[in-house]
Design a protein around this ligand. Structure first.
Ligand code: ZN
Length: 564
């Protein structure tokens, strides 16, 4: 844990000189070839780590700056350059991983480092080849175009031009007519850009399918799993999980929706009603960005004076938070990190909704986990694969429950109730997003219209009763086009659902013994990515959702908590 990082503004990283870097990798490979035993090999891992950390910091800085202002010429150029250099770097990385996988001293090294790194490198190595370089560059470019397109959303509403973040309060407004009109306004933009959104995705699917074929995969699904480094579980496991959600959550979600309709006093719950709970609207934080930071500082000090409190102070005092929304800033929230500093960074777009509080409880979970595990010998063991990484973020959302009065005052109980309801109703949506992508990549020649039908099929299966009314883009089956993961990181989305299933177990644990739950959480964070998902979950004494058979119990607990 870095207790004294330099200020964010003092982090600089020169654009890598790829010729020089390539020469360094060649030299490293030669030294590895000469290494006689695991000890000698392990020393070389230090050299490798320094090079990886430097590249990673540069790459993260470029991405972050681009996200902070997608209209800035210099940042755009740097991002375009990174889109080209990252695939080149990935090739260099693969050469080292290949050498380690095939090294005569591998078994001894594996005994020292654990098998997980070798599993991960195996997956990495299978998806990287000089033959697919041009496709990777094209994929990065298209993915950046999508980000830029969504950052460019301008919808005239209530007398002002709004982006997706500033339109959100209207999409979830207490007034039914307002939120319907906001959906309509967004639908106007979606309609104007439908062809562009279709074309971008069609090209991404083609490119990914071509990559998979080139590398000898039967389709992109299998390659996508390898690219997500999903070692230790596969498509069959995900199918088990889908069935669990269908069996236990889909019917329960229908009950929750019926109750929501009653609370909203509407005869039929429409698409624009689904994110609002109660006639008074959703609770909102009682102050702006600085006020929120002050409350979060108190909260983390109260939860854990040893580590969480100090980390949050470092983040806020040394410039590692960017929370306000601005024109040109890319949407959403994320946690990134600078590996040369062992420091995480949190990016968000505050808009005055309850979502702002979730930035502190979700993204700070990622930040804390990174910080706890940043100094691991192998970078591969710092961030876990993402189904595990989202455990840390989504569980902290539940572990911070007792402190929500700070942000929401007398509305805190309502906030907790809504959080629990949304955590459960999220599962079918999350599984639908993932299932949809399986259909897409299993049928790469489908037309855009056929893909819209696939999505409608997903909505009918996992979200029965979802009624888009006169909102054209929704009725056409275009809801998924606002879900960036589908464009940028295929097969990521299921990770949120798997992690949510674990986070719900932390919810149960926290209601019984909060101190114990925090300790189990911190220990899990410190383990980083040194083991695959199921093993990490086991190590915390929790049940893996991929094994099935525990959702019924979560639903039973939720029934009690929600008074159903
Ligand atoms: Zn997350």
């Amino acid at each position: 844990m870095n207790l004294d990082p330099r200020s964010f503004q003092d982090i600089h990283a020169a654009t890598p000189d790829m010729d020089a870097l390539s020469a360094s990798y060649t030299q490293l490979l030669a030294s590895m070839g000469q290494a006689q035993d695991a000890g000698a090999l392990r020393e070389l891992l230090g050299t490798w780590s320094t090079m990886r950390r430097a590249f990673s910091t540069w790459s993260a800085l470029v991405s972050l700056r681009y996200s902070q202002d997608t209209t800035h010429e210099g940042h755009k150029e740097a991002q375009a350059q990174a889109d080209v250099l990252r695939p080149e770097f990935t090739l260099l990385e693969a050469s080292v991983k290949r050498a380690l996988l095939a090294h005569p001293a591998r078994a001894a090294l594996e005994a020292d480092l654990g098998p997980q790194a070798f599993e991960l490198w195996g997956a990495d190595e299978r998806v990287v080849s000089a033959q697919t370089q041009a496709l990777l560059v094209r994929e990065n470019t298209l993915s950046s175009s999508y980000t830029k397109l969504l950052a460019s959303v301008r919808v005239e509403f209530d007398g002002e031009a709004r982006n997706l973040s500033t339109l959100r309060p209207f999409l979830t407004a207490a007034g039914r007519q307002t939120r319907h009109d906001a959906y309509h306004a967004l639908g106007g933009w979606m309609g104007e850009h439908a062809e562009q959104l279709d074309t971008l995705y069609t090209e991404l699917v083609e490119i990914r399918d071509q990559m998979a074929t080139t590398l000898g995969y039967s389709d992109y699904v299998a390659m996508g799993y390898d690219r997500r480094r999903r070692v230790g579980d596969g498509q069959r496991d995900v199918e088990v999980w889908r069935k669990e959600v269908l069996e236990h959550i889909v019917p329960f979600a229908r009950e929750l929706r019926a109750q929501q309709a009653e609370e909203l006093e509407v005869e039929r719950l429409m698409a624009w009603d689904r994110e609002v709970h109660g006639l008074q609207g959703n609770p909102t934080p009682k102050g702006g960005v600085d006020w929120m930071i002050a409350r979060a500082t108190e909260m983390f000090d109260e939860i854990d004076t040893q580590e969480m409190g100090p980390l949050f102070r470092l983040l806020s005092e040394r410039g590692y938070l960017d929370l306000e929304t601005r024109p040109g800033k890319s949407g959403g929230g994320f946690c990134t990190a600078f590996a040369t500093q062992n420091m995480p960074y949190v990016f968000a777009n505050f808009n005055g909704t309850k979502h702002d509080a979730e930035v502190f409880t979700h993204e700070i979970g990622h930040a804390f986990q990174y910080w706890k595990a940043a100094d691991k010998e192998l970078m591969d063991y710092t961030w876990p694969t993402l189904e595990s990484a989202e455990i840390h973020s989504m569980s902290l959302e539940f572990l911070t429950w007792p402190h929500m009065e700070k942000f929401f005052g007398e509305d805190a109980e309502r906030f907790r109730r809504i959080h629990l309801i949304e955590s459960l109703t999220f599962l079918p949506y999350g599984v639908a997003v993932d299932h949809f992508q399986h259909l897409v990549y299993e049928n790469p020649d489908a037309t855009p219209a056929e893909r819209l039908e696939m999505w409608r099929e997903m909505e009918r299966t996992y979200m029965p009763g979802l009624d888009w009314g006169d909102i054209g883009y929704g009725a056409q089956g275009r809801r998924w086009q606002l879900q960036g993961h589908i464009y940028g990181v295929p097969f990521y989305y299921i990770d949120y659902t798997l992690a949510q299933a674990v986070a719900l177990q932390f919810w149960v644990m926290n209601t019984k013994d909060s101190e114990h739950a925090i300790q189990v959480y911190k220990d899990l964070c410190a383990r980083g990515g040194s083991a695959p998902f199921q093993e990490l979950v086991d190590s915390a004494g929790l049940v893996s959702p991929l094994r099935g058979g525990f959702l019924g119990e979560v639903v039973a607990q939720a029934r009690v908590a929600l008074g159903l």
